[in-house]
Write a protein that binds this ligand. Structure first.
Ligand SMILES: Nc1ncnc2c1ncn2[C@@H]1O[C@H](COP(=O)(O)OP(=O)(O)OP(=O)(O)O)[C@@H](O)[C@H]1O
Ligand SMILES: [Mg+2]
Length: 377
């Protein structure tokens, strides 16, 4: 079945009907249409494609049950409109494990089921009700992270200044030392000062705004990330390309975005050590176009969707909520700055970064809106 069939079906209905698919294409809410008798999907709008993270082609022809599973409240709503007891029903309910959805968990949603008169077609439209709550929570977390970063930056400045002096004094002392054996101590001071210097520099790095704005092909950038990670983990790790090659070029600071994705992919490769030993380690780099997206209360017509998905053990539960905070690490020897930097770089592009993690599947999701050149900062 196809959108063409839907068009034909609509032709038999009301006079405005042939235009329905075009209109439905523009709806911001996810929406699917299926045939009442066969219960097979005949139409999926772009918002539903985005929400389900599956293409229209792969969805059309599936049954409603394939898509929503066995969901008694939804089945009842469908039966009610089908029996003509009401032409439309709306209800809040939980939609379970929509296949392929990036949010594999259940989502509370506002659901509308309606019958198209004459056309023997039923429509299901849904809107996640926790979106508002989620965006409020995200905003609170972002403010908290910002306050943390500010504190870290101030602290880093305070450390940076005397650090050069400490190192210099240790070097001078080393020249004056009568016994060679004592140099061991000055070397400790010098080495530790260097280590602190690197940390401080990384803490201060995100201060630099995205300034080299250029239009670039995101897949070329991802290929760089791919080869850098594979150079470091040459055996037992597969990096799968799942690219939407129709993606337009992105306007941004190429090096910053490469660094952001590299930090994420690098973490994934580090977390995959057991799987690398077994030869089953896998990282997927996936790109898609997202339409009608809201990031930090701004609405954009179009955005680039980028996922870095690994099949590792997942983010340790005790740090899951804080991974973007500076100096939070679950790794021996980790400085806990990789994700803070990644988030800052993405935010320089008005984008967002989020993570969904469970054992066997960790999904970092970056969204960068397409903006006009003059608005870039
Ligand atoms: N894909 C992943 N799978 C499992 N855990 C992860 C993943 N990505 C991040 N983490 C966890 O999040 C922590 C924070 O990552 P982050 O990159 O910010 O710091 P880090 O890797 O510890 O240090 P560095 O500053 O060297 O990057 C990691 O230490 C790790 O415990
Ligand atoms: Mg890291």
């Amino acid at each position: 079945m196809s959108a063409g069939l839907l068009r034909n079906s609509f032709k038999g209905a009301a006079s405005a009907a042939p235009f329905f698919p075009t209109l439905l294409d523009q709806m911001p809410n996810a929406l699917v249409v299926f045939e009442a008798k066969s219960q097979l999907l005949v139409y999926v709008n772009p918002a539903a494609e985005s929400a389900l993270d599956l293409s229209r082609k792969s969805l059309e022809g599936q049954s409603v049950r394939d898509l929503f599973g066995d969901n008694p409240p939804l089945n009842l709503m469908i039966a009610n409109v089908q029996l003509g007891q009401t032409s439309a029903q709306r209800q809040e309910m939980t939609l379970h494990s929509l296949p392929g959805s990036i949010h594999q968990e259940s989502i509370p949603a506002h659901v509308v089921v309606a019958m198209f008169d004459d056309a023997d077609l039923i429509m299901i439209e849904w809107f996640p009700i926790d979106q508002q709550l989620r965006s409020e929570r995200d905003e609170r977390v972002t403010q908290q992270v910002e306050a943390n970063k500010e504190l870290m930056r101030n602290l880093a400045h305070e450390i940076k200044n005397p650090l050069g002096g400490i190192r210099g004094a240790a070097q001078l002392l080393e020249f004056e030392l009568p016994e060679k054996g004592l140099k061991e101590y000055t070397q400790v001071i010098i080495k530790e000062s260097d280590r602190l210097q690197t940390l401080v520099d990384r803490l201060l790095a995100p201060h630099r705004k995205a300034h080299n704005m250029e239009l670039f092909n995101v897949h070329e950038a991802l290929e760089r990330v791919r080869s850098l990670v594979l150079a470091e983990f040459p055996k037992g790790l597969r990096i799968i390309r799942n690219y939407d090659t129709s993606l337009p070029d992105v306007l941004g600071d190429r090096e910053q975005l490469i660094q952001a994705v590299l930090n994420i992919a690098h973490n994934a490769a580090q977390a995959l050590s057991d799987e690398i030993d077994k030869g089953t380690a896998q990282i997927e780099l996936k790109t898609r176009v997202a339409r009608s997206v809201t990031i930090a209360k701004q609405r954009y017509k179009m955005a680039m969707d980028l996922h870095v998905i690994d099949n590792g053990p997942g983010i340790p539960a005790n740090i899951r909520e804080r991974i973007f905070f500076p100096l939070v690490s679950g790794r021996e020897g980790g400085s806990g700055l990789g994700l803070t930097l990644a988030q800052t770089f993405v935010q320089h592009h008005q984008g967002s970064i989020a993570c969904d993690s469970r054992p066997g599947c960790t999904n970092f999701h970056i969204q960068i809106p397409y903006r006009k050149r003059e608005k870039a900062s």
